[in-house]
Write a protein that binds this ligand. Structure first.
Ligand code: GUN
Length: 287
């Protein structure tokens, strides 16, 4: 039976460090860091993530407000919202919650964010710096995953990491972080067109599931003793729950836990780490 990695506890340690950093800024006479969150539309999952980020920010002493706009907002108006936040010297960090409605090219909105306030590390300039190994913001979910692996005592250097999913938010930047000098993983990125996927995933010392399909990774896809990191957060209907659904990851937890050496739960694994690392970026932006 695998060790269940406690992302909630590890994220709490990181948030403690962030709180100390914030306290030091304030002692030095600076105002508290300020994070502006932009939410478009009324998707319940997005609203819930934003609420979680806001709450965590307040707990570490980072001030934060969410600006909510209707689905009908135009791309031009949303870009203007971002420009006003760029120009506001009281705003240290800007986070535009994704996904955005289909009529908005999200890339245009991200490119509008001042790279120095881009706490998600989504702006092409910051993604480029990440790729080159230059100092700067770290993408929250990928950096959270690396931190989770390191703090669990799992060796990364020289190991074979297989990532399922090539998204701009997780798969691509995670591969980038893992191949940096000093991290030194050997990385394979798989996606919907990959052939013989189980053959590849079964070779992984560390398997990262980030494709967004409920319980996709089954025990037969995992090598005995592998570490399994589950990035998925999927809502599946469940009439026995008061809210009508439950959250599951991209990994079939019970059967994979029998075979893996380490596994992250959903919820309580990668999710809290994403928030903690985004707050760390906000502190860096304020510093
Ligand atoms: N949507 C899903 N994950 C994220 C994230 O990390 N940041 C933002 N802004 N939106 C998201």
């Amino acid at each position: 039976m695998a060790v269940i990695i406690n992302g909630k506890a590890i994220a709490a340690d990181i948030r403690n460090d962030i709180k100390q950093g914030v306290d030091e800024l304030i002692k030095a006479g600076r105002r508290p860091p300020y994070l502006a969150v932009v939410l478009v539309g009324d998707d319940p999952a997005s609203a819930s993530y934003v609420q979680g980020k806001q709450k965590a920010a307040h707990e570490v002493g980072i001030q934060s407000d969410t600006r909510t706009y209707p689905d009908s907002i135009t791309q031009a108006d949303l870009v203007n919202v971002v420009h006003r936040l760029n120009d506001d010297s009281e705003v240290d960090g800007i986070l535009v919650q994704l996904p955005l409605p289909d009529h908005i090219e999200y890339q245009r909105v991200i490119e509008a964010i001042n790279p120095d306030k881009d706490v998600d590390c989504f702006h092409p300039e910051n993604v480029g710096k990440l790729m080159l190994g230059l100092p700067g913001f770290k993408p929250a979910t990928p950096a959270g995953i690396v931190e989770l692996i390191k703090r669990s005592g799992i060796d990364i250097a020289g190991k074979r990491v297989v990532i399922i999913g090539r998204s701009n938010i997780v798969g691509k930047p995670l591969a980038s972080l893992l191949i940096q000098k000093g991290v030194d993983a050997t990385v394979t990125v798989c996606h919907s067109r990959t052939q013989n996927l189980p053959d590849i995933t079964r070779r992984a010392d560390i398997l990262v599931a980030a494709l967004g399909r409920a319980e996709f990774v089954t025990a037969d896809m995992v090598k005995k003793g592998a570490a399994v990191i589950d990035v998925g957060i999927n809502r599946v209907d469940d009439a026995t729950k008061e809210r009508g659904y439950r959250l599951v990851g991209d990994v079939k937890f019970d059967e994979v836990a029998e075979k893996a050496s380490f596994i992250t739960p959903v919820p309580g694994g990668v999710g809290p780490m994403t928030i903690a690392l985004m707050l760390q970026n906000t502190l860096v932006a304020a510093q």
